[in-house]
Design a protein around this ligand. Structure first.
Ligand code: SF4
Length: 216
């Protein structure tokens, strides 16, 4: 299987997921930090709690009551660390002129700026680039690596060849990249879990893992 075929199957199964689930670009930034090392369900609870205390954007994070923020984001785990990250990243973006100023940066400058922020790794950086700022990035997370490896798109769950990532970003439109990542997250949560549920998975007929280990 290749990524084009996988994307076709996922499109047929999930349709347009309107990924990332956020109301504004600033909410994407907040969600991208909160989702580190936890599931999206926990992030949803944390964001809902933040909204209940009136926090929906980066300025409100910077100027908000730190204790209340810490309490609100508890469902996302690592809440002391994430409170500090939320505040420092929000402050840095505000100091740079806010989301609108980031929008004016070219991809290289934007990547350099985001990657220089403490607590912003590659996945967080690229999530912000595509979902908050509309740049063509293929966000690679643990679900992507697991699914690509099991289906046979890549050989090892730990290495995504740069050429493949570049090819995906070059061949897919922004909209396709948006949805492909969302669909992979959904497939990983619904079927391709640590212990995969291959018999119900939409990819089962073309997946190496299913052919080798589970299906007759
Ligand atoms: S068939 Fe199984 S291993 Fe393959 S993608 Fe689906 S759940 Fe994962």
């Amino acid at each position: 299987m290749n990524f084009v075929r996988l994307n076709e199957i996922l499109n047929e199964h999930y349709g347009n997921l309107h990924w990332w689930p956020a109301e504004t670009p600033e909410e994407v930034v907040i969600g991208a930090i909160l989702t580190q090392n936890t599931s999206w369900r926990n992030v949803e609870k944390a964001i809902e709690n933040l909204k209940k205390i009136g926090i929906r954007n980066l300025s409100q994070i910077v100027n908000g009551d730190q204790e209340k923020i810490r309490e609100a984001i508890k469902p996302s785990g690592f809440y002391n660390q994430k409170t500090a990250r939320l505040i420092s990243v929000s402050r840095a973006i505000q100091s740079a002129g806010g989301i609108d100023s980031l929008r004016k940066m070219d991809d290289a400058s934007l990547s350099h700026f985001l990657s220089s922020l403490k607590g912003v790794g590659k996945e967080t950086e690229e999530s912000i680039m595509i979902y908050a700022l509309g740049r063509k990035k293929f966000v690679v997370d643990k679900y992507t690596m697991r699914i690509f490896s099991r289906t046979g798109i890549i050989q090892s769950e730990t290495i995504l060849p740069t050429e493949l990532k570049n090819e995906i970003e070059n061949r897919m439109s922004l909209e396709e990249l948006n949805n492909f990542h969302g669909a992979l997250v959904n497939l990983g949560k619904d079927f391709c879990k640590t212990k995969p549920v291959c018999v119900q998975c939409p990819v089962r007929n073309e997946c190496n893992y299913a052919k080798d280990f589970t299906l007759p």
